[in-house]
Design a protein around this ligand. Structure first.
Ligand SMILES: Cc1cc2nc3c(=O)[nH]c(=O)nc-3n(C[C@H](O)[C@H](O)[C@H](O)COP(=O)(O)OP(=O)(O)OC[C@H]3O[C@@H](n4cnc5c(N)ncnc54)[C@H](O)[C@@H]3O)c2cc1C
Length: 389
C-alpha cells in the first residue's frame, strides 16, 4: 500500500526523511518555500555526530560521500581568555571521525541528490481530518491532500499549529553573525588564531565564537544577553559607555553602526579577537529562540513534526543532528508500516522523539546559560566536562 506522503521543508530533517523513504522505494512529495536551492545563503558549518547525523546518513546510504567531503580537522577547538591567552587548545586525533564538520550547503546538496523537490511551494496552513485526508494550503492559493503530512519547516513552522499551540520564545540571548572570506590569504593572522576548527572567547554575559567553514570562509558569532529590541537604543540596552554615544536606535541593516555597537560591547578584549569583528562583512541579527523544553502534543492522525518544528533548541551542535536522525527514523518506520495507514508507526515515533529531544532541550538550555553567563569560568568548565581529553 502506497500512502500519499508530503514533507514540508527541505532542511536537514525534511531532506533526510525524503532520501530514506526513497531508499525504501516509497514515493514522497517534498514541498519547500525557497524558490531554488541557492535562493539564500545556506548558513555556516555543522558538526555531524557519529550516533546522530552520521547514523542518519548511514540510513540514507550517504555516509561514504559525507566522509569524502567533510572536515575531521574542523573538530579542533580553541578557547582564549579575553586578553588573548590560550586557555584550551584541543586537537582531534588524525583518525577521529566522531564529529566532522560539513558546510550546510554541501550537506544540502548531498541530501538533495536525485530528489525531486518542489521549490517555491510556501505552505500557509495544514488542516487534518478532511474527507480526503490532510489538506495542505499554499500561499499561491492552491491546495492538495495527503495521507501523511510531515512538518519539517523549522522554527516558525506553519504545520505546527495543526498539532500544537506552542510558539518559540526569546531566550534573552541574541547573536550577531558576520563573515570573513579568504581568511588564509587576506587575514593570515586571524587564520592562525582560529586554527582548523572553532575558536571561542567567553566574557561576562557575552561570547565571541569563530568557526572555519570550507574554502577559507569563517563565520563569527557575537553572542550576548540583551533585550530583543537592543538596537532601538544600543547604548542604554547594552550598557555601553561610548564617548560618541548613540541616543537613537540603529538600523540592523547599517553594517557600520552594528559593527560599532558590537565592538563597543566587546571593548577591552584582545585586539586580534576584535579584528574578527573589524574585518567582518555583513552583520546579521539572529536572536536565539526556543520552544518549551519537552514540547509534546496530543497525537493528530495524519500530521507530525520533525526537527526544529518539533523542538527548537539553542544552537549547541545538536539541532541538525536530531533533525536528520528523526527524519531517517520516521522514514524507516513509515516504510515498514503494515496495513492501511502509517499512523501507529508515527505515534510510536513521536513518543521516541519526544523523550530524546526533551533530554537534549534540557542539556542545551542549561549549556547556553553557562556559555553566555555572568561567570565566564562556567563556559570553560562546560568545555572540560564535554570535550574528550
Ligand atoms: C548559528 C547556528 C549554528 C548551528 N550549528 C549547529 C551544529 O553545528 N550542529 C547541529 O546539529 N545543529 C546546529 N544548529 C541547529 C540547526 O541549524 C537546526 O537545528 C537545523 O537546521 C534544523 O533542521 P530542520 O530541517 O528541522 O529545519 P531548518 O533547517 O530550519 O529547515 C526548514 C526548511 O523549511 C522551509 N520552510 C519554512 N517554512 C516553510 C513553509 N511555510 N513552507 C514550505 N517550506 C518552509 C525552510 O525554507 C527550510 O528549508 C545551528 C543553528 C544555528 C542558528
Amino acid at each position: 500500500m502506497r500512502h500519499r506522503i508530503a514533507v514540508i521543508g527541505g532542511g536537514p530533517a525534511g531532506l533526510t526523511f525524503a532520501r530514506v523513504l526513497r531508499r525504501h522505494d516509497h514515493p514522497v512529495t517534498v514541498l519547500e518555500r525557497d524558490p531554488a536551492p541557492d535562493a539564500r545563503p545556506p548558513g555556516g558549518t555543522l558538526d555531524l555526530h557519529e550516533k546522530m547525523g552520521q547514523l542518519a546518513l548511514v540510513k540514507a546510504g550517504l555516509l561514504a560521500e559525507f566522509q569524502a567531503m567533510s572536515r575531521p580537522e574542523g573538530q579542533a577547538m580553541r578557547i582564549l581568555d579575553t586578553d588573548g591567552t590560550v586557555l584550551r587548545d584541543w586537537q582531534p586525533r588524525p583518525d577521529d571521525r566522531a564529529n566532522p564538520e560539513i558546510d550546510r550547503g554541501q550537506l544540502r546538496d548531498l541530501l538533495l541528490g536525485p530528489l525531486d523537490v518542489q521549490w517555491g511551494r510556501s505552505v500557509t496552513e495544514v488542516v487534518p481530518g478532511t474527507r480526503d485526508g490532510v489538506l495542505v494550503r499554499f500561499a499561491d492559493g492552491r491546495q492538495e491532500t495527503f495521507d501523511l503530512v510531515v512538518g519539517a519547516d523549522g522554527a516558525w513552522s506553519r504545520v505546527r499549529p495543526a498539532v500544537s499551540s506552542a510558539t518559540p520564545h526569546y531566550t534573552g540571548i541574541t547573536s550577531v553573525e558576520t563573515s570573513l572570506n579568504d581568511v588564509d590569504t587576506r587575514h593570515p593572522g586571524l587564520a592562525r588564531l582560529i586554527g582548523d576548527g572553532s575558536m571561542a572567547v567567553y566574557g561576562v554575559n557575552r561570547a565571541l565564537v569563530a568557526q572555519r567553514n570550507s574554502g577559507g570562509h569563517v563565520k563569527v558569532y557575537a553572542q550576548f544577553r540583551a533585550p530583543l529590541d537592543w538596537h532601538t537604543n544600543p547604548d542604554r540596552h547594552l550598557g555601553l559607555n561610548r564617548r560618541a554615544g548613540l541616543d537613537a536606535g540603529l538600523g540592523l541593516a547599517d553594517v557600520e553602526a552594528v559593527r560599532s555597537s558590537v565592538l563597543a560591547l566587546f571593548d577591552g578584549w584582545a585586539a586580534p579577537v576584535l579584528d574578527l569583528l573589524r574585518h567582518g562583512t555583513a552583520f546579521v541579527h539572529r536572536p536565539l529562540y526556543v520552544l518549551p523544553v519537552s514540547h509534546t502534543w496530543a497525537h493528530v492522525p495524519g500530521v507530525t513534526l520533525l526537527g526544529d518544528a518539533a523542538h527548537l533548541m539553542p544552537p549547541l551542535g545538536v539541532g541538525a543532528n536530531l533533525a536528520m536522525l528523526e527524519g531517517a527514523e520516521l522514514a524507516e518506520s513509515v516504510a515498514a508500516a503494515p496495513g492501511p495507514g502509517p499512523d501507529e508507526a508515527v505515534r510510536a515515533f513521536e513518543e521516541q522523539m519526544w523523550a530524546r529531544a526533551g533530554r537534549w532541550a534540557e542539556i542545551t538550555a542549561a549549556g547556553l546559560e553557562r556559555l553566555v553567563s555572568p561567570d565566564p569560568t562556567e563556559a570553560l568548565a562546560l568545555f572540560d566536562e564535554v570535550q574528550p581529553s
